[in-house]
Structure formats: structure tokens, C-alpha cells
Write a protein that binds this ligand. Structure first.
Ligand code: HEC
Length: 479
């Protein structure tokens, strides 16, 4: 189903057409507030409603760890968790026979909430203790005033945030604390930026988001030239409450620009596709260091996979635009490429048994020059729990350069402080799984099978690859 607008690839031309990544005009700073995950408005616990208040210690935990998504204006398909009443409602999605506070205990215990992070042990104890006792409103008058004390509850986000980026847990850089991290992208000098809109099939108009959870894939002609590299990607979000995550792929699929594959099975690696970027609710835009450009694998198409979550109870429309900015390769000192670390071997065809499983593989710098790793994007399936990469020096010293819990519905790229892998040094990557499926799980592309890919972004592009042929055809591997 070709789209009504011109499907031709190539040169960016004005106007947003469904089948082409349209360029974003450069120039003046945008002042649009908000954007991805920006829920800075109304983030504080509403301590003064008639519905009562949460105890202050609980409110603090919830504001700081949940309100990024579950605030007064929830985003990404999350529900409101602001007053004690909100916790007493029936669970809308997860288990409608239970109350939200009962479901919350399950989701905290299985590690799927908070999405994208982990609760500190004492915070978990505080929140879980309150939930276990029935999530009752506080009767202590002192708690009534903690709304303001619990603070603004402002998590990273909002155009005005200028906190310098910090190195967070697991060694990753909190890119969302960088200035402007949530703003729609505007081309900077030398850059050309392209937009890939969510649109209705055969039209430039907004897409009608089905009720509940759904996945869809949009195809576009590759708009940049063969010598361009990427510098940034992000989005101009439209209907934030229904957007859960997106993944950007280059694709060789036999599709036409403008095609929309609606209601696909779920998060996949894409058909004949190479992952080049991703975002999940709570995240923000991604920027290469100033001296690095990201290699864009040659392909005729871009495919963007969106996971939408419409819990508004009403039909919703969305016209969000994923944005990607490029420069000619000669404008960046270093060109970074993606290498697959990890493994495709889970006890060969037998697959991994029940319970905890860890698979560690090694990738050595066999060249005669240093290689610099600047980021990772872990990819596993439903039973993946953690991804870790250690840098082992030739003299035996080991530094953990990446260690993050894995959640299937939160597949994002992470920036790390540049890690220099010297000749002879080794990257040791460990994928952890918890197999509770009741059967052995082998490698495969469907979500009933598993993957263990740690996509490493490093420069010079290709230097880390040792070329072992992967089962899915990739040659840019190292294990
Ligand atoms: C980055 C965003 C994000 C953060 C942070 C987050 N959640 Fe969620 N949460 C979601 C989304 C999206 C859903 C709906 C999809 C799902 O069920 O996974 C959800 C679902 C839930 C549900 C199930 C709702 C139902 O259908 O019954 C509960 C309970 C929950 N979250 C509790 C929490 C708690 C408690 C915290 C903080 C400790 C938290 N979440 C932090 C995004 C988030």
C-alpha cells in the first residue's frame, strides 16, 4: 500500500510527506516545552486533595521513582499514581481482578516497575510496606504538608533543565539531564535533520491509535546520502500519553516508502533490518559526542517501529515525528559503528534450562590501535534480566563499564564515558536470564526464543568486528 505522497527517495525536499524523511528547517531555537518524558508539570504529590495523602516517606519514593510516568498527567500508557485513591482503583490492564496497589507489589517484585530503573532497597521496603498494609491514606497531620516538602518531584525533563549530565548507576551517562534533552530537534550549523512522521496509511494525516497495546511499523525512503553520518536523533512528540517506545532500523524489506504495517506481533529486531536507535517512555533525545559521527548502514529504507499504549479509553490520534540529524562524514573526526557483542549460543540447540542463566563471551581488540567504546544498546527478549560488560586489560585488571537491568519493553541506547580498549584488551559481556517459561529456551528471532546482543557503539567503525558470521547474517560481530 503505497502512500499517496511521492515515494521517491533521496534529496530532502520541503514539506513532510509520509514516505520520506522530511528535512527539518534549521534556524531559530524552538521553544516548545516538553517532549519525551517531560512531565515536569504537576509532578508533586497532591497533598491537599480530599482523597487524603500518602505518608511522606512513601510519597517521596513514588514522586522520585514513579511520577516521571505515573504523575498527574501520565505518559506512555501508565496510570495516575498520585492520591491514595489512585492505588485503590481496579487495575486497568495488568490484572483487572486486582486493585492497583496489589498489582504494584507484583510489578515491584518481578522488577518490571519502575520501568527503566531499579528502586533502592530501602525505598522498595518503604513502598512495599505501605502497599502490603493496604495503601491507606495517612492519618498523621504532619503528612498533609509534605506535598511541598516532598518537593517539586521534578525528574530530569523539561526544556529548562540545565543540570550537567552525570554518570549514573551502571556506568551510564544520564543523557536526559543534558540541556535541551527533551526538545524537538532543530538543525544546528552544518546539520541536516529529517523527520519520520507517524501517519495514517496512505495519508499524511494523523494515525488512529487503537485502544490498548499495539505495535506498528512505518516505512520511509532513506533521505540522506551515502557519505552522511548521524549526529543526533530525537522526536517531536504529539500525543505523549499513548507513546510507549520506538525503534529505528535501516531496512532491506520489500516494502514501499509510505507503507504502514499495522498491528505487528510486538518488539522485533525487524525484517532484514539493522537497529540504529531507539527511545522509550521517560527517555530523551540522543546526541553523539561533538567529535563523533554515527555510521548509517547502507539500505533503501528506514523502518520505525512504534509501541503504542492507549489507555485513555477513547480513540486517540497521533502525528509524532521521529527526527534524525546528519552531517557529511568528513565533518567528524571519528566515525563510530555498531558491533554485535554477546552470543547466539544458549547451550546449542538444547537451549537454556529453567532458572538463572548467565552467558559470558569475550571480544578482544586484535588490531594494533586503540578502540574507543562510547555506548551500548542491549537487546534480549522476554526473559532477559541484566546486561553487563567488563573491560579486561591485558595485565588482568577488570573494570565494569556497563551494568544495567534489562526490561523487554524498555530497549534504549545508553551513553557511557568513553572506554578505551587497547590492543590485546578484552570486552567480556554477560547476558543474564531468568527462565520461568517451563521449557528450555534456545536462540531465535521470535519472542518465545531468546537473544543476547550487546550492540556496542565504537570508533573507528568496524575495528572491533572480528567477522564471525551471525545466525541472522550479521558480519559486524565480535564474540
Ligand atoms: C518510565 C516510565 C515508568 C516509570 C518510571 C514507572 N512506570 Fe509503572 N508503568 C509504566 C507503563 C508504561 C505502564 C503500562 C504498561 C505496563 O503495564 O507495563 C506501567 C504500569 C504500571 C502498573 C500496572 C498498571 C495496571 O494495569 O494495573 C503499576 C502497578 C505500576 N506501573 C507501578 C509503578 C510504580 C509503583 C512505579 C515506581 C516505583 C512505576 N510504576 C514507575 C511506566 C512507568
Amino acid at each position: 500500500m503505497a502512500c499517496g505522497s511521492e515515494p521517491s527517495a533521496g534529496t530532502p525536499a520541503g514539506g513532510s510527506t509520509a514516505g520520506n524523511g522530511a528535512p527539518i528547517p534549521g534556524g531559530g531555537e524552538t521553544t516548545t516545552a516538553g517532549g519525551g518524558g517531560s512531565s515536569t508539570t504537576n509532578n508533586s504529590p497532591t497533598a491537599t486533595t480530599g482523597a487524603g495523602v500518602m505518608p511522606c516517606d512513601v510519597a517521596n519514593v513514588v514522586v522520585n521513582n514513579c511520577h516521571k510516568c505515573h504523575g498527574a498527567e501520565p505518559i506512555g500508557g501508565a496510570i495516575r499514581l498520585v492520591t491514595p485513591d489512585d492505588w485503590q482503583k481496579q487495575s486497568p490492564l495488568f490484572d483487572p481482578t486486582k486493585k492497583v496497589y496489589e498489582v504494584a507489589r507484583v510489578r515491584l517484585a518481578d522488577g518490571t516497575m519502575p520501568q527503566g530503573s531499579v528502586l533502592a532497597a530501602e525505598d522498595l521496603a518503604t513502598l512495599d510496606g505501605w502497599l502490603a498494609a493496604g495503601a491507606q491514606a495517612s492519618t498523621d497531620p504532619a503528612d498533609a504538608s509534605c506535598g511541598s516538602a516532598a518537593g517539586d518531584g521534578v525528574i530530569a525533563g523539561g526544556g529548562a533543565d540545565t543540570t550537567p549530565a552525570s554518570v549514573g548507576p551502571g556506568g551510564t551517562i544520564d543523557v536526559c539531564s543534558k540541556p535541551g534533552a527533551y526538545d524537538p530537534l532543530v538543525a544546528e550549523p552544518g546539520e541536516t535533520c529529517y523527520e519520520f512522521p507517524v501517519h495514517a496509511p496512505n495519508s499524511d494525516g494523523p494515525f488512529t491509535v487503537p485502544n490498548g497495546e499495539s505495535y506498528h511499523e512505518w516505512y520511509y525512503a532513506v533521505p540522506w546520502g551515502p557519505n552522511d553520518v548521524w549526529t543526533r536523533y530525537g522526536a517531536d512528540f504529539d500525543n505523549l500519553p499513548v507513546l510507549h517506545h520506538y525503534l529505528i532500523f535501516t531496512s532491506q524489506a520489500g516494502r514501499s516508502p509510505g507503507d504502514v504495517a499495522q498491528n505487528v506481533a510486538g518488539t522485533t529486531l525487524g525484517t532484514s533490518a539493522t537497529l540504529i536507535g531507539g527511545w522509550a517512555v521517560g527517555g530523551c533525545s540522543t546526541r553523539m559526542p561533538d567529535d563523533v559521527g554515527g555510521q548509517l548502514p547502507p539500505a533503501p529504507l528506514i523502518m520505525i517501529q512504534w509501541h503504542l499504549y492507549n489507555t485513555t479509553g477513547a480513540p486517540a490520534l497521533d502525528n509524532s515525528k521521529v527526527q534524525m540529524c546528519t552531517v557529511p562524514a568528513d565533518q567528524r573526526e571519528n566515525i563510530a559503528g555498531i558491533t554485535f557483542l554477546g552470543t547466539e549460543n544458549f547451550n546449542s540447540v538444547f537451549g537454556m534450562p529453567a532458572g538463572e542463566n548467565h552467558f559470558t563471551t569475550k571480544c578482544q581488540n586484535t588490531t594494533s590501535a586503540p578502540i574507543t567504546v562510547i555506548g551500548f544498546t542491549p537487546h534480549m527478549h522476554l526473559i532477559g534480566t541484566n546486561m553487563k560488560t567488563d573491560l579486561k586489560r591485558a595485565d588482568g585488571t577488570v573494570t565494569t563499564i556497563f551494568d544495567q537491568p534489562f526490561q523487554f519493553d524498555y530497549q534504549v541506547g545508553y551513553e557511557i564515558p568513553p572506554a578505551v580498549v587497547n590492543p590485546g584488551d578484552t570486552l567480556e559481556t554477560t547476558c543474564s536470564f531468568f527462565n520461568d517459561t517451563g521449557r528450555n529456551v534456545a536462540f531465535g528471532e521470535s519472542t518465545e526464543t531468546e537473544m543476547c546482543y550487546q550492540f556496542a557503539l565504537s570508533y573507528p567503525a568496524g575495528a572491533l568486528d572480528n567477522g564471525a558470521l551471525s545466525l541472522i547474517g550479521a558480519l559486524n560481530t565480535c564474540w
